[in-house]
Design a protein around this ligand. Structure first.
Ligand SMILES: Cc1cc2nc3c(=O)[nH]c(=O)nc-3n(C[C@H](O)[C@H](O)[C@H](O)COP(=O)(O)OP(=O)(O)OC[C@H]3O[C@@H](n4cnc5c(N)ncnc54)[C@H](O)[C@@H]3O)c2cc1C
Length: 412
């Protein structure tokens, strides 16, 4: 690892998660000296036990990976999602007939998304980090403070190192200590729901089909992985989740089967289970003088449609673009005019998405009869109107609104 003591950079990013490192790579590739500081040991985050999640990469996010040279590292372990089937149901009654079917053939025969295990994506980022001389990762280390100077931001690390930069970005996750330290408030609430995540090996092939079943306790998603494996994201009431997580493999598999029936033949739970308390949160502002938020630090969304990371990558692509453009024009990259462009581009979009995911979750996470009728009717309507379905697929694919260069697959 390169050392960086009391040094200056163009940009310092607090948080080297999937969003922070992608952003760092985009900036460094375009010639900006960038330092990323992360609290975790880089070896630890690649361990299979660290993060069991598998993320859906929308087509626009995949293009970011391609533009940054990350795609060749994950191509062999990425599972294309060809169809998404949405259904309504109850635990005992299992899934109802499909209410909504998204078919990749309606979108020019391209996969609707690719499923990639988070650890594989993190591995790809670390590999490319080694190829980017202008990018330095300092880890494990924490950012403890950021103070605005006359023409730069001074960032203080846990061991006393001081870094100076024209711009400091917080990509330090949902709790974002730096957002708090900068006094940026948030609006949001915890859902009384927890996302249980596990990998299931199954007898029959999944054929690249993802399923989302709406149960009264919340959505239950089965997401195809490479081989005869799927990742489940089982949203459960938080007061009940620990009991399910604590079941032995056999009983856990029985609970999974009860919810989704026998469509895959025999199933087996592979590896550990994880659980993530769910919340919705939006920052009141994405920017302050010489400071910006990206990823979960700015918005935390319900995983009902698997969009949190996709939104974070869109932040990264948009922020990289405005900063790189400013640098090329000889402007101050931390100036209000530059950062205001980023805020105008991303904040409303994220707010709209976060609110939509919240509304969807509320509409679907219950078994109140009139609501169940409305949602069935709504899904039937969407399913029947092809242009409407295409519209939703395009939005989920990251193709709506002003698309950043990286998401169009262009270099920064
Ligand atoms: C169950 C579940 C399933 C999901 N599935 C999907 C999906 O299919 N598709 C999708 O798009 N999204 C999905 N998401 C959302 C996605 O996982 C998140 O949006 C994404 O991980 C956020 O990345 P991030 O880099 O912004 O934050 P984080 O991953 O939280 O990273 C923050 C980083 O900041 C570091 N840090 C924190 N404080 C400091 C500090 N003071 N100094 C230095 N470093 C610090 C931490 O060490 C960490 O590495 C899912 C979420 C859940 C809970």
């Amino acid at each position: 690892m390169k050392s960086a003591e009391n040094r200056r950079a163009d940009v310092v990013i607090a948080g080297g998660g999937m969003v922070g490192l992608t952003l760092g790579l985009a900036l460094a590739r375009a010639g900006l000296e960038t330092i990323v500081v992360d609290g975790f040991d880089p070896g630890l985050v690649l361990d299979a036990k660290f993060d069991g999640r598998v993320s859906s990469f929308a087509p626009a996010s995949r293009r970011v990976l391609m533009a940054l040279g990350l795609w060749p590292h994950v191509e062999d372990v990425a599972q294309p999602v060809l169809d998404i089937i949405v259904g309504d149901g109850s635990v005992k009654g299992g899934a109802s007939a499909a209410l909504l079917h998204f078919d990749h053939r309606e979108m020019g025969d391209q996969p609707l998304a690719h499923m990639i295990e988070n650890r594989h994506f993190r591995m790809a980022l670390q590999r490319e980090l080694g190829q980017a001389p202008l990018l330095t990762l300092i880890a494990p280390q924490r950012v403890t403070a950021a103070t605005l100077g006359r023409s730069s931001m001074e960032v203080v690390l846990g061991d006393g190192q001081r870094l100076g930069a024209g711009l400091c970005i917080a990509a330090d996750g949902r709790e974002s200590p730096l957002r708090e330290a900068m006094g940026i408030k948030t609006t949001g609430w915890a859902y009384a729901q927890t996302g249980i995540v596990a990998t299931i090996a199954h007898e029959r092939p999944h054929e690249g089909v993802a399923h989302e079943l709406f149960l009264p306790s919340g959505p239950f998603a089965i997401l195809p992985m490479t081989g005869h494996r799927s990742s489940i994201v089982w949203t459960e009431r938080s007061d009940q989740a620990p009991a399910f997580v604590g079941l032995n493999d056999e009983d856990f598999a029985r609970e999974v089967r009860q919810r989704f029936g026998d469509q895959w033949g025999a199933i087996k739970v592979e590896g550990p289970r994880w659980f993530y308390p769910l919340s919705m949160q939006l920052a009141h502002s994405y920017i302050a003088p010489r400071f910006a938020l990206a990823g979960d630090a700015g918005h935390s969304v319900h995983p009902i449609a698997g969009q949190g990371l996709n939104l974070g990558l869109r932040d990264a692509a948009a922020l990289a673009e405005v900063v790189i453009d400013a640098k090329r024009l000889g402007l101050d990259i931390g100036s209000e005019a530059v950062l205001a462009r980023y805020q105008a581009w991303r904040r409303f979009d994220n707010a709209l998405f976060t609110a939509s995911m919240d509304a969807l979750n509320r509409l679907f996470s219950n078994d109140i009869v009139p609501l169940a009728m409305v949602r069935r009717l709504g899904l039937d309507v969407v399913d029947a109107i092809v242009p409407l379905k295409r519209f939703f697929m395009r939005q989920a694919g990251g193709e709506g609104g002003e698309v950043p260069r990286l998401m169009r697959g262009e270099e920064t």
